[in-house]
Design a protein around this ligand. Structure first.
Ligand SMILES: Cc1ncc(COP(=O)(O)O)c(C=O)c1O
Length: 389
């Protein structure tokens, strides 16, 4: 019997990361030195108190049962974190856990979209945004985030008819992949549009703790009117290096949260209790480690961007995130081709900009997942490869 996957899956291609991983394995088999700069998985470790909280909790067999919902202790920890960190007052009823922002974003469209509602997504942008809108049968439209406009959204350039048909817009700053941070005014402007055209704003706040040169990360929910029009994904993945534990929350407008809770109640039973305990420890614990880590990311950015600029590759500094968004050098125009050559000639594996959307073509994304010394080595390998000549 031939079993074909559902037609809806024809929409997706095998992930770019799987094929980049094959490239890495191939080079390693040849005994080549490889600099793995394609996946945004932090190489830092979770704080010890977070690991301890999880392992302690896992020793109690009761904690292996269905958790059914997030504990009051966890929801209160999120509330007090938001108060201290972002100055935002929350109540537990406007928070739901998701199994990572990626999963939450992937299902969001099913909770708040009807067929053919417009969903506005950044191009280039994080691929899970698109998957979520697609599963919600939305009419997916893109707003460009390009150098010309400082990588900021320009809703004033979109047709009014499109704005009228929009159900939700996704914003995400500091931005993966472009590395730009948005000032509050950019969000305030989007909130004004949301009120005028009656659409929802979803902010993906994955990198508020990785932001450079004295900028301050903030929550979208701290802005006037935000709670009325939208919600925010708040992930612990990158701040606390717990990407595998899948700890994230959707927080904001109660109607959005209720819709998401109802959907989630059909396919999930709530976060594993030991992971809830780890999340509580992270949220209530010291935050110096998060700041130190941010400073380390900044040193890495300086090593990579500064190093490549010295070689004549004109790469702007990222404002935040663990990524660098570099225009292709030396007349290259095809980002996949460039990444193949970069891997073959220099052993540096980076992600082609086209994987983040059509407007990502002409760029390559580097992840800052190696210490500065290793990034210096990678810069040197690029120099020796003569790819910039
Ligand atoms: C913009 C953005 N959102 C969400 C995520 C995923 O977060 P989580 O680990 O909570 O699924 C990432 C991870 O790279 C990201 O870059």
């Amino acid at each position: 019997m031939e079993i074909r996957p559902a037609k809806r899956l024809n929409h997706f291609e095998t992930g770019i990361f799987a094929s980049l991983n094959e490239v890495r394995e191939g080079l390693e088999k040849e005994g080549r030195k490889v600099y793995n700069l394609f996946i945004g998985t932090p190489d830092f470790t979770p704080p010890q108190h977070v690991i301890d909280a999880l392992t302690e909790s896992a020793k109690d067999p009761v904690n292996w049962r269905y958790s059914l919902r997030e504990s009051d202790e966890l929801l209160e920890a999120v509330c007090s974190y938001y108060k201290d960190r972002f100055g935002v007052t929350l109540t537990p009823d406007i928070i739901t856990a998701v199994n990572g922002s990626q999963e939450g974003m992937g299902h969001l469209g099913m909770a708040i979209c009807n067929k053919d509602d417009v969903v506005l997504l950044p191009d280039p942008g994080y691929p899970a945004f698109e998957a979520g809108a697609y599963f919600g049968e939305a009419d997916i439209q893109y707003y460009p985030i390009v150098k010309e406009y400082g990588f900021m959204p320009r809703l004033d350039l979109l047709p009014e008819d499109l704005l009228k048909r929009t159900r939700y817009i996704v914003l995400s700053y500091p931005s993966n992949p472009v590395g730009a941070a948005a000032p509050r005014e950019v969000y305030e402007e989007v909130i004004r549009y949301a009120k005028k055209y009656n659409f929802i704003v979803i902010n993906d706040n994955a990198y508020s703790d990785i932001i450079f040169d004295g900028r301050e990360g903030f929550s979208f929910l701290s802005l006037d009117g935000a709670m009325e029009v939208g919600a925010e994904f708040f992930s612990l993945s990158k701040s606390f290096n717990v990407t595998g534990a899948r700890i994230s929350f959707l927080i904001g407008n109660k109607q959005i949260i209720d819709a998401m809770k109802l959907l989630r109640s059909q396919y999930d039973f709530g976060m594993f209790t030991p992971i809830q305990k780890a999340a509580i420890a992270a949220l209530k614990g010291p935050r110096e480690c998060v700041k130190e880590q941010c400073a380390e990311y900044q040193c890495r950015r300086d090593a990579l961007c500064g190093g490549l600029r010295k070689l004549g590759w004109d790469i702007p500094d990222s404002d935040g995130t663990m990524f660098v968004w570099a225009p292709l050098p030396c007349g290259y125009t095809d980002s996949k081709l460039f990444c193949e050559e970069l891997a073959k000639k220099a052993g540096v594996i980076a992600t082609p900009g086209i994987s983040f959307g059509p407007r990502g073509e002409g760029y390559v994304r580097f992840a800052l997942v190696l210490p500065p010394e290793k990034l210096n080595e990678a810069v040197n390998a690029i120099k020796e490869s003569n790819i910039l000549k």
